[in-house]
Write a protein that binds this ligand. Structure first.
Ligand SMILES: Nc1ncnc2c1ncn2[C@@H]1O[C@H](COP(=O)(O)OP(=O)(O)OP(=O)(O)O)[C@@H](O)[C@H]1O
Ligand SMILES: [Mg+2]
Length: 417
C-alpha cells in the first residue's frame, strides 16, 4: 500500500504539470490573438463557425456554437488552415487590402494547396515578399535551353524564366535614375548568352549595344567577344549604328524571302535547324541593347538646309535624319522580327509617347522600377503600383504574359562581372 506521504508529492507534481500546460496553452492563445489580431480578422467574416438551429425559439434561428480560425506562419507566409468554408481565393483577393492592414504585411500572392489530411479544408496561403537581401547570378537555375533567359526571382520566391521561342523577344526596362536599369540589362543579357555558351559552346549572337553614356557595359563587351558598343550621341557612331542595323535588316528580309520561296512556315527560326536541317542556316541573330532611349529616340524639330546653312546646322540635320532612320529600324525590328531570333532590350527613365519615338505597343514584356504616379497609371493602370517605395535598386514590377508581379533582379557587380 502506498502511503499518503508518497502520493502527495505526485499529486503536487501532476497539478504543477497541468498548471504549466495550461499556462503555455493560454500564453500561446493570447500571443496568437495579438499577433494575428484575431478579433479584427473575425470582423471580416473569415472564421469557421459551427451553427445549430436554436430549438428554444420557434423561428428558424441559428446559434453559433463554436467559432475558430486556424492560422499560423510558415517562413514568410501566413497560412489559414481553418476558415469560413463558404470562402474561396476570390473572396480572400477581395479582402486583400483589409488583410494587409490587419496583419501588417504586404500580400504578393494568394493561393491554396491540397490538405495533407483528406477531410480537412485546403489551406489558404497568403504569400508575402520573400526577397533575399541580394540576389546573384549564381542563384540562376541551370539547364536552360537556348532561347530561355532568367529575369530573377518573384516576390513569392519563384524563378521568372522567359523564352524567346515563346514570343518573349523584347524587354523594356523603365525606372527613375539609379533604379538599376543598367545592372538589369547586364544580368538579363548574361543569363541569355551564358545559356547559349553552356548548350553550344559559343554565345552565337551578334551583340549590338547602343549606349548613350558609353561607359556602362564594359563587363559585357569584355565577356562576350565581338560585342559592338556604339554611342549614338556621336555622329560617326550614329552613322555606324544605322548602317549595322540596315545591313542586319537586309539579311533578315532576304532569309524571310528564302523561307517564303521554299514554302516554309515556322513559329520561330531557332527551331529551323532541328526541323529543317537541309535549309540554309539562319542569319546570325542579334541581341540589341538600347539604353537611355531619350538621348536618340526622341522627336526633333525639322531643319531646313539651304546654301547659307552653317556646318553645324548641316550636321544637326544629318543627326536628326539618322535618328529618324534608327527609330524606324528599331520599331520595325520590334514589329516584324519576332520569330527571327532577335532579342531587344530597351531602357529609359520615362516611356511617355510625346518624349519618345518608340512605339510602346511593340514591347512584349516590361520591368518597371519606381516611377511617378503618372507613369504608373500609364503603364500599370493605377497610381500606386510604381510609386511603391520598396521598388529599390534591383526590384521591379514585371508586366507581361498577363502577369503583374514583383521581381528581384540579380546584382551583377557582386560577382563575375
Ligand atoms: N540588383 C541590385 N541590387 C542592389 N543594388 C543595385 C542593384 N541594381 C543596381 N543597384 C545599385 O543601384 C545603382 C544604380 O544602378 P544602375 O546604374 O544599374 O541604375 P540605372 O537605372 O541604370 O541608373 P541611371 O538611370 O543613372 O543610368 C548601382 O550602382 C548599384 O549600387
Ligand atoms: Mg543606366
Amino acid at each position: 500500500m502506498t502511503s499518503i506521504a508518497t502520493v502527495k508529492p505526485l499529486v503536487i507534481l501532476i497539478a504543477l504539470l497541468i498548471g504549466v500546460g495550461l499556462l503555455v496553452f493560454f500564453y500561446r492563445k493570447i500571443k496568437k490573438h495579438f499577433r494575428f489580431r484575431l478579433k479584427h480578422l473575425k470582423e471580416l467574416g473569415i472564421y469557421f463557425e459551427k451553427r445549430i438551429t436554436d430549438q428554444n425559439t420557434k423561428a428558424i434561428r441559428e446559434k453559433v456554437i463554436s467559432s475558430t480560425l486556424g492560422i499560423h506562419q510558415e517562413q514568410n507566409n501566413i497560412v489559414l488552415t481553418k476558415y469560413n468554408p463558404a470562402m474561396a481565393i476570390p473572396d480572400f483577393e477581395r479582402l486583400k487590402p483589409n488583410l494587409e492592414h490587419i496583419l501588417g504585411i504586404k500580400i504578393e500572392h494568394i493561393s491554396s494547396r491540397k490538405s495533407k489530411i483528406p477531410w480537412r479544408q485546403a489551406p489558404i496561403i497568403l504569400y508575402t515578399e520573400s526577397f533575399k537581401k541580394s540576389l546573384s547570378m549564381t542563384d540562376c537555375p541551370k539547364n536552360f535551353e537556348p532561347g530561355q533567359y532568367w529575369i530573377g526571382k518573384t516576390a513569392i520566391g519563384e524563378d521568372l524564366i522567359l523564352d524567346l521561342r515563346k514570343g518573349d523577344f523584347s524587354l523594356g526596362i523603365f525606372s527613375l535614375a539609379g533604379g538599376g536599369k543598367g545592372n538589369s540589362i547586364m544580368a538579363v543579357a548574361s543569363s541569355f548568352l551564358n545559356t547559349w555558351i553552356q548548350a553550344t559552346g559559343s554565345h552565337f549572337y551578334r551583340v549590338l549595344i547602343l549606349d548613350a553614356k558609353g561607359t556602362d557595359f564594359h563587363g559585357l563587351i569584355k565577356k562576350y567577344p565581338g560585342t559592338k558598343s556604339l554611342n549614338p550621341i556621336f555622329l560617326d557612331e550614329l552613322r555606324e549604328a544605322v548602317a549595322v542595323l540596315e545591313s542586319y535588316k537586309k539579311e533578315i528580309d532576304e532569309y524571310r524571302k528564302y523561307l517564303a520561296d521554299n514554302g516554309i512556315t515556322i513559329s520561330h527560326w531557332l527551331k529551323i535547324k532541328n526541323k529543317y536541317p537541309n535549309l540554309k542556316p539562319i542569319p546570325q541573330p542579334m541581341l540589341l541593347i538600347c539604353d537611355e532611349l531619350s538621348q536618340y529616340m526622341t522627336p526633333r524639330p525639322s531643319i531646313r538646309i539651304n546654301k547659307d546653312s552653317s556646318e553645324e546646322q548641316i550636321q544637326l540635320k544629318e543627326q536628326y535624319d539618322l535618328e529618324e532612320k534608327l527609330a524606324n529600324l528599331i520599331n520595325s525590328i520590334l514589329q516584324l522580327f519576332r520569330s527571327s531570333g532577335v532579342f531587344v532590350i530597351l531602357s529609359n527613365q520615362t516611356l511617355k509617347v510625346e518624349e519618345l519615338t518608340l512605339q510602346r505597343t511593340n514591347i512584349i514584356n516590361f520591368l518597371l522600377g519606381r516611377n511617378s504616379a503618372q507613369m504608373s497609371r500609364l503603364l500599370v493602370g493605377d497610381e500606386k503600383t510604381l510609386t511603391d517605395t520598396t521598388l529599390k535598386a534591383g526590384r521591379f514590377i514585371f508586366l507581361g504574359n498577363g502577369q503583374v508581379i514583383k521581381v528581384q533582379v540579380p546584382f551583377l557587380l557582386t560577382d563575375d562581372n
